[in-house]
Design a protein around this ligand. Sequence first.
Ligand code: ADP
Length: 412
Amino acid sequence: MSRRSFILYFLLPFLGIALVLLAVSSLDRAYIQGEARGLVLEQLRAAAQILISDISRFLEEGDPPDRILERYARDENIYYMALLDGAKSIVGWRSRFEGYLPLSLDDARRRDAWQISSPAGGIYNLFLPFDLADGRRFHLYLGYSLEGVENIARRSRRTLLLTAVALFSAGLLFARALFRLQKRYLAKAVEAEDHRREKERFREISALTSGVAHEIKNPLNSLSLLCELMKRSAPPGLEEEIRLGGEEIRRIAGIVDRFSQFVKPLHVERRPFPLLDSLTEAAGALAGEFPALTAFRPTVPSGLTVPGDRELLTGVWANILRNALEASGGLPVEVRAETRRRAVLVRFRDTGPGLPPEVAARVFDPFFTTKKSGMGIGLYLSKKVVEAHGGRIGMTSGPGRGTIFEVELPGG
Ligand code: ADP
């Protein structure tokens, strides 16, 4: 899936849902805040009525207003309070704002409760008239701190923000996981399709190759026989040419044989065999061509056996060794085997020129070769053999760094 589809089908819908949820919850929060304010106001009015009945008693007893107000100085929630007479003149007051009483008679005339904001937070003002038993009229002016309500609002805002962040991160993680899953699934589908196509191609090549091999083999046999006959009665001077002709025919027959082997289905016969013996046998088969192999000493844990087809795997070692020796000009090649997690790992390291990445990526392709007389089927066949054993073959190479082939086989 492309990045665009990811944004279109996962990220945008998720963001949309998150935004709707945020909007709904912030509306809900505003509603709860409004309700809480209403409740607080009711409570304030009830508390003010109790205060008024207290203050009325003290006034009737003749206490001076300032002393009466002093009694409430310790109440944290009362920011300021004032007593006004019937003519709305202040007769006593106290304030936690140093020397400052924010009283607007204009506001008081319009309503008996209103809110102001101050550096110390929201303050609710109540301006309530009351009458004493002797008929005197007073007004009580109160400023209540709304800090408690604001704290609740602040906390709810923080919770909302944290919820939004958590929701957003969880959604992003979820969308990312989905994206990766989808990507992996698509990659697997593409790989399966490639595999299917490669199989198809191989089947076509096999059919063609075995047809051609069959057609060539018969006339080649006749030619080879003819050469033998001509050798016997060849006029002097022509023997060498006839011998060369016979050799060329044998070479062509060899090539045809290898092609036939290439298309033959693999029959793996699994039987444990000593790995060291099989590696030595592979080197022995090449010793005539590469004299450096007389000093060939692979490092193999003593007694290590591999459950597999000895003949086929010896062919694999021989092919890797041949390539390594050709690449490094016959210098001894390092071969090391070890066991790793219930598998045998055989590593071939050469000191050849190495391969650029674009060539390295193709060495296991059928008919890929960089050699003049190469056929490009050795590594393809080796891969087929190793995979038929449930193992894997890999190569690491780089210009000027030499090449390492690694074969991993289960068991051992
Ligand atoms: P061939 O040997 O007939 O070319 P292979 O399938 O055995 O076919 O090898 C394919 C190609 O892989 C070789 O032509 C060569 O380019 C490259 N190759 C294989 N082994 C090595 C190596 N050890 N160092 C450098 N190149 C290598």
